[in-house]
Design a protein around this ligand. Structure first.
Ligand SMILES: Nc1ncnc2c1ncn2[C@@H]1O[C@H](COP(=O)(O)OP(=O)(O)O)[C@@H](O)[C@H]1O
Ligand SMILES: [Mg+2]
Length: 265
């Protein structure tokens, strides 16, 4: 079959699966140094103690993350993202993930509000960066720069680069969301080492989506993020759809949960 020789098409079931996490699967990519990141519909919280399937979430996160990473790349903020391949998958550069969740906060919410007794919604005096050690067995404990460098998770230079990246991402994302009537309360990124020849640089990896951000409607303070799931508020998919719609990446008619054909007017 000539068709098979001419294309790089690899049937889904014959791809090598590298890793399956809570929300995504990584497959070997078509070229060395690349991976395919597949977005599942699994919604998890509290270290996967809470778990549900939300039909269509993976499609939305793939699209939203694609949009944001493309914009970051365009602004010279380096990321792992190459291109979206289909509704659920994107081609990315393989990196050596730094085992940290890098959280940037602009407004008090979630664990910061609880731990420090600050009311949710209070604007912080300045943006705050926190680090959590990415380790499910330990429940992703918060760590200080001292732990990170002492245990060799990242060097002091790398940590400087990570913080600079996180601040640039925050500045960009805050403006992007503000422009569509959304307050960026906080978000999490993961960073990785990208090796190119003998060069290494730190890039933004993983995903940026309503799963990894707190997004509140400017006018109503309505939550448009994973807190709807964590707090059993309902309407998670609709909220993610609204984020995508405001960013202009979803036709008003499009139904990512595949709930049947839509009438085209
Ligand atoms: N460019 C990349 N190269 C290698 N690993 C990556 C890259 N981007 C993200 N990852 C890793 O892939 C996994 C994505 O799957 P996910 O379901 O989020 O896993 P987890 O349950 O560990 O959070 C994460 O462990 C993340 O650190
Ligand atoms: Mg993850």
């Amino acid at each position: 079959m000539d068709f098979l020789k001419q294309t790089r098409y690899v049937p889904m079931n014959r791809r090598r699966r590298i890793y399956e996490g809570k929300g995504k699967i990584l497959y070997e990519g078509p070229e060395p140094g690349t991976l395919i990141q597949h977005f599942k519909d699994d919604a998890t919280a509290f270290n996967a103690k809470k778990h549900e399937i939300v039909d269509g979430k993976g499609v939305l996160n793939n699209r939203i993350s694609e949009y944001i990473f493309n914009q970051l790349n365009g602004m010279g903020i380096p990321t792992h993202f190459i291109r979206r391949m289909n509704m659920r998958e994107q081609l990315i550069r393989e990196v050596e993930i730094i085992p940290l969740e890098v959280v940037v906060r602009n407004v008090a919410a979630g664990s910061l509000a609880t731990r420090l007794g600050i009311e949710e919604g209070v604007q912080l005096p300045r943006s705050i960066i926190e680090f959590y050690y990415k380790n499910d067995a330990l429940n992703d404990p918060m760590v200080a720069e001292e732990h990170i460098t002492a245990f060799g998770w990242a060097t002091p230079q790398e940590l400087d680069d990570i913080m600079a990246l996180a601040i640039r991402v925050n500045d960009f994302l805050s403006g992007l969301f503000l422009g569509v009537g959304i307050r960026l309360v906080d978000f999490k990124i993961e960073c990785g080492r990208l090796f190119e020849g003998d060069m290494m640089r730190i890039v933004v990896a993983d995903e940026i989506s309503p799963d990894s951000c707190r997004l509140w409607d400017i006018a109503t303070n309505d939550k448009m993020d994973k807190d709807r799931f964590r707090r059993d508020m309902g309407g998670m998919l609709e909220a993610y759809q609204e984020v995508a719609r405001r960013l202009g990446i979803l036709n008003d008619n499009e139904r990512p949960n595949g709930s049947g054909p839509t009438l085209v007017q």
